[in-house]
Unconditional design. Structure first.
Length: 289
């Protein structure tokens, strides 16, 4: 376990999956991350790479060859190597290997940099194509935050606040986890979404190209909350396991296959293409208060 700390926060990150385990406020001992209770969902903040969501039939085709790749890819289950570390920052790296090449035929270095500054944790994804061919990938975040945060409050005392008024439909997910072809009207000239557990009974709320670049978890009953900022992420998932006490705010550069996907990796919606030697960077952050 790697720990970053400053006067305000202590952050713990596991080398497996380079996954955030804890964001703890030092003055109040308040924990902002979900506990990881496996009765509901045993993860806390998995990274999604080299795909986001599920492929149709868990398969894709590239250069005439078919590959099998599970939901959200493999990075979340692999051990990263710490390649840089300081008191308030750390860089984790994952390099392609025999196992990854069996399911994903690209050479890469995928790194995640965590930087703690005041009461904000910044997370930067670095992807480098180290191969000789163009590389196709998606990347995304899946952090689960505790709701309720404050003692004496309940899940329904909280709401999501967008920093811009939204007129956005949600994209339904099929039983197999694929994106349907037509959105359903959802956010209508509002920047506020009250939380209640049945909101997630039909899986995640999936949005494309929100006007906002910040989403906050707030309650009128407490001063405690948080804000996720996600510039440059065109897709957003908001999710909780059934009846669990957490909400995931998930900035994505990528999205699950559509129900009518043709299976060709290069045609898949949300894929990012990197030429040999090219770099890709995206940063999201969470500010707690």
């Amino acid at each position: 376990m790697i720990r970053l700390s400053n006067e305000k926060l202590t952050v713990s990150i596991a080398e497996k999956g380079a996954e955030i385990q804890s964001i703890l406020r030092n003055d109040t001992n308040l924990e902002y991350m979900w506990s990881g209770n496996p009765d509901f969902w045993g993860k806390k903040s998995p990274v999604l790479f080299p795909i986001v969501g599920g492929l149709l039939g868990n398969k894709y085709t590239y250069n005439g060859n078919e590959y099998t790749l599970g939901r959200h890819g493999f990075a979340r289950d692999m051990n990263f190597v710490v390649t840089e570390q300081g008191p308030d920052s750390v860089l984790f790296s994952l390099i392609d290997n025999e196992d990854t090449l069996k399911v994903y035929p690209f050479h890469f270095i995928f790194s995640i940099r965590y930087v703690l500054e005041e009461n904000t944790l910044s997370v930067t994804y670095h992807v480098k194509n180290t191969g000789d061919d163009s590389m196709y990938f998606s990347v995304g975040a899946h952090p689960a935050f505790r709701v309720p945060l404050a003692e004496g409050s309940s899940f329904t005392d909280y709401y999501l606040e967008f920093n811009q008024p939204e007129n956005a439909g949600k994209w339904p997910l099929s039983a197999g986890g694929q994106i349907e072809t037509t959105p359903v009207p959802f956010l209508q000239n509002t920047n506020k979404l009250p939380l209640h557990k049945p909101l997630f009974y039909e899986d995640a709320l999936v949005f494309k190209n929100l006007a906002s670049n910040k989403i906050s978890i707030k309650s009128d009953l407490t001063i405690y909350g948080l804000t996720v900022q996600f510039d440059g992420f065109p897709y957003m998932g908001i999710w909780s396991a059934k009846d669990a006490d957490f909400v995931c705010i998930e900035p994505w550069c990528g999205i699950a296959d559509a129900v009518n996907a043709n299976g060709q990796l290069s045609d898949k919606e949300g894929m990012n293409a990197l030429h040999p030697g090219q770099l890709f960077d995206r940063t999201w952050s969470v500010t707690v208060y």
